[in-house]
Design a protein around this ligand. Structure first.
Ligand code: KIV
Length: 272
């Protein structure tokens, strides 16, 4: 299927809202380091999310809870040094915004000042409304995150689909409308029924970016290492793998080991 794709020199939060209004889908991927971000930006992605999934993907933790604000700033500043065109959104990590609005603003300011990022993302709805407002009032663009919110994994108990029940679905729609009303520039909807995601996307004018939320939203986000097939133990239905880098890298590294052991590497032309 051919797609509408306008050329943008630089993506801003305003560009994303315009894209939704024009019916152009938004592409978003995670990245956590300079080299990967350079490739992702160069390939034409609209948004890079420096996700707190770095806690899993980069650091090997079981959940996103352990990653710190300092570590997020380190990842974000590496990404910022790499990009020319895309918008960079950085997750406020668990514990950096839940206690009170002043603490939330201090954390967001540190991310913006110390990494050079363009915006922040926060998980939650009404319960963090005052913190979001405080950050927005300081001129920092905020993206919301509803549905499955991994920072609350110990409250949910599982990573299964959220908002299947009527009450949770109604609350989610209310939260999305509230996030739009107070000035968020977009919302990530994670792992909810496609029908509900469509309803949310139709109820607000800010972009809805889905992950496991079906096709009828304004854009899609995936974790880079998952879509490249570098991880292989995580197999949710929503994940499309575009490569099998786990296998390709394993083959290449095994070959290198063999070449070193057999003194095939380095050869005549590879020495000085
Ligand atoms: O941290 C992350 O990678 C995310 C995406 C799953 C949306 O929040």
């Amino acid at each position: 299927m051919s797609v509408a794709k306008k050329e943008y020199k630089r993506i801003t939060v305003k560009t994303l809202v315009d894209m939704k209004a024009n019916g152009e889908k938004i592409s978003m991927l995670t990245a956590y380091d300079y080299t990967m971000a350079k490739i992702v930006d160069g390939a034409g992605i609209d948004v890079i999310l420096v996700g707190d999934s770095a806690s899993n993907v980069m650091a090997g933790h079981e959940t996103t809870l352990p990653i710190t604000l300092d570590q997020m700033i380190y990842h974000a500043s590496s990404v910022i040094r790499a990009i020319d065109r895309c918008l960079v959104v950085v997750d406020l990590p668990f514990g950096s915004y839940q206690s009170d609005p002043k603490e939330a603003l201090r954390s967001a300011i540190r991310i913006m000042k110390e990494s050079g990022a363009h915006s922040v993302k926060m998980e939650g709805g009404r319960e963090i409304k005052e913190s979001i407002k405080r950050i927005l009032n300081a001129g920092i663009p905020v993206m919301g995150h509803l549905g499955l919110t991994p920072q609350s994994i110990y409250k949910f108990g599982t990573y299964t689909v959220r908002a299947k029940e009527e009450k949770e679905a109604a609350d989610l729609i209310e939260d999305a409308k509230m996030l739009e009303r107070i000035g968020c520039f977009g919302i990530v909807l994670e792992k909810i029924p496609a029908k509900l995601a469509k309803q949310v996307a139709e109820s607000v004018s800010i972009p809805i970016i889905g992950i496991g939320a079906g096709p009828d939203v304004d854009g899609q986000v995936l974790v880079l290492h998952d879509m490249l097939g570098m991880t292989h133990e995580f197999n949710p239905r929503f994940l499309r793998r575009y490569m099998n880098l786990y296998e390709e890298m394993t083959t290449a590294i095994s070959q290198y080991v063999e070449d070193v052991k057999s003194v095939d590497f380095p050869n005549e032309s590879e020495k000085y």
